[in-house]
Design a protein around this ligand. Sequence first.
Ligand SMILES: [Zn+2]
Length: 294
Amino acid sequence: MPEGDAVWRAARRLHEALAGERLVGADLRVPRLATADLRGRGTLEVVPRGKHLLHRIEGDLTLHSHLRMEGRWRVLRASRPPSSTGRHTVRALLWTADRVAVGDQLGMLDLVRTSEEHRVVGHLGPDLLDPAFDRDLALANIRRDPRLTITEALLDQRNLAGIGTIFASEPLFLHGIQPWRTVRDVGPEAVAELVDTARRLLVLSCRAGRTTAGRTEMGDDTWVHGQVGLPCRRCGNTIRLAPVGAPPRERVLSYCPTCQRGLAPTDDGARQSPLGHARPDYSGGDYSRRWDRA
Ligand SMILES: [Zn+2]
C-alpha cells in the first residue's frame, strides 16, 4: 500500500507535469463525476496531505484522490490519452497540450471546493511530511488512547498522517519495540522517538526513493518489512509476521523475535516461508555503519 512517501512523489510528478498548464480534457470515470467539465481550467498545484492527493484547479476546485491499496498516478508525454490507457481500472484521465495524467486503480476520487477541502482531509492528524509538522499535537493524539497497541496508534491517520505498515514496522524494529505493546507500555519518550524515526525515514525515502535501511535495491531496502522468513541483518534470527490489533481491523506486521524481544502472543513459532525473493549477502556490521551515516 502506498505510504506518505509514495504519495509525496506522486504529487510532485503531477505538479511538475500539470501546474501552470491548462487542461485540454478530463475523463473522470466515477458515476457522480461523469458530467464534471474541467476543460480550459488551469492547474494551480498538486499537493500531498498524508496519503491523500489534492489537485487544485482554477475556480475553487480540488480533485481529491487516494491511492488505497494499488492505486497510482502516471504521467505520459502525449497530447491525448493513448488507447493503451483504456484499462477498465483507470479512474481518471487529465490531459494538457503535451501531458496525460492517468489515475489507475484509485481508491477514492472526489471533486470538492478547494475552500471545503476539510470535508475530505479535515480528519487527518499532523502530516509527517509537512515542513511545519506539529509534533506535539501528533504525540498528544497518540496518547489519547493509551490502551491501543503502538502499531494501531501509529497507523491511525487521525493521530498523524502518512504512516502505513512499512513506516510503522521499520521504526519499531530500529527501536527494538514489540508491535503489539500498548502505547502506555511503550511510554511517552519511546513513542516520541518512534515518531521522529518514522518522520526521518519518510523524508529520506522522498529524497532517495523508498528505503528504510539505507539502500534502495528492491527487496533490500527494509529491515523487517517484506523480509519474513529471511535472516535478520542484525542478529541472524528469522524475521516473522504477526497480526496486531483486534479483528476485523488487525494489521499484519513483520518483526524480529530477537531484536524486538520475543514472539508475539499470537505467534506459535511455526516456520514462516520467505515471500519469494532472494537477497544478496551483506556483511551486517558494515551495513549498519553505513545506515548510521545516512
Ligand atoms: Zn534481529
